[in-house]
Ligand binder design. Sequence first.
Ligand code: FE2
Length: 272
Amino acid sequence: MKIAAVSDLHLDINRNYPVLRVLKDEVEKSGASYLLVAGDITEDFRLASATMKELDENSSFSVLYVPGNHDLWSPEPSRYKIDYIYSFFKDDERCLSGKEWVDGDVAFIGDVGWYDYSFGNHSRFTDDMFEKMSYMGRTWQDGIKNPWTRDNRRRCSLQLDSIENSLKRVKDKKIITVTHMLPIRDFTVQDARPEWEYFNAFLGSTSFGKMFEDNKVCYSISGHVHYRKEVEKSGVNYICPCLGYYSEWKFAKGHETDLLYHIRASLRYFEI
Ligand SMILES: [Fe+2]
C-alpha cells in the first residue's frame, strides 16, 4: 500500500495559491491509496472538515486527517467553544481523533497531540514561565485562542491516553500514527535564536515518541513546526512533511512563489 503524507496546508493563509488542486494532481500521479494530513488545514473547523471531504470524494485516493492547533481555534469564539469544535472533529469520519482506521493489516491512528513543555529548556525557564506562554514580547497564540492552554500538561496527558488506547486496539497491525504535535525533539527548532529554547516547549512532547517506540509504530507523521524533516529512531520512521506559510517559502531561493516546488518538497511517500 502506497501512502502520501503532508501537513500544515494553511489553506486560508495560502489562499492565493491553488494548494488543493496541485496537491490532488501530485498525489493522484503518485498512485498513492491514502493521503494523510497532519493538521493545520485552516483556522475554521467547518472548512477543514469540508475541504478534506471534498478532496476525498473527488480524488483517486482516500483522505485521513487530524486537526492542528490552528484548526481548533474558534472562528466565532462566542458561538463555538473548544469542546464543541473538538467533538465535531471526533465525529468526522475522515478525522482520526478518538478512533482508528483499519485497512487490511494496516492501522491509522492519531489526534492533534499536545505539549507538556518537555521540549523547552528547563535549565533556563521555570514551569511558571512556560505557563505564561509569552516571552520576549511574543505570545504563543494558543495561549489566547485555545482554553486547553489553561492546563497544557493535563491536555497532553489526555491526548496520550487516547492515543495509547488506540495503540492497544490495533496492536497486531502495522501502525501509522498521525499527530499534529511533534513526538521527538529532533524536529524542534534547532537554531541559535534564544527564544526557541522557550517556544519549543509548545511544539509537542517526548512522551509521544517514547510511546510510539514502545508500541513498535512503523511510521509517525507530524507537523506544526513548518520545517520538513525525516529521521528513523528505534525502528520508527518519523516524517514531518509541512507545506507551511507561503511567506516561509522565501527561504528556498529561486522558489519563493513556486507552489509546485513546495508541494513536492513537502509531500512524502512510503510503502507499507
Ligand atoms: Fe502550522
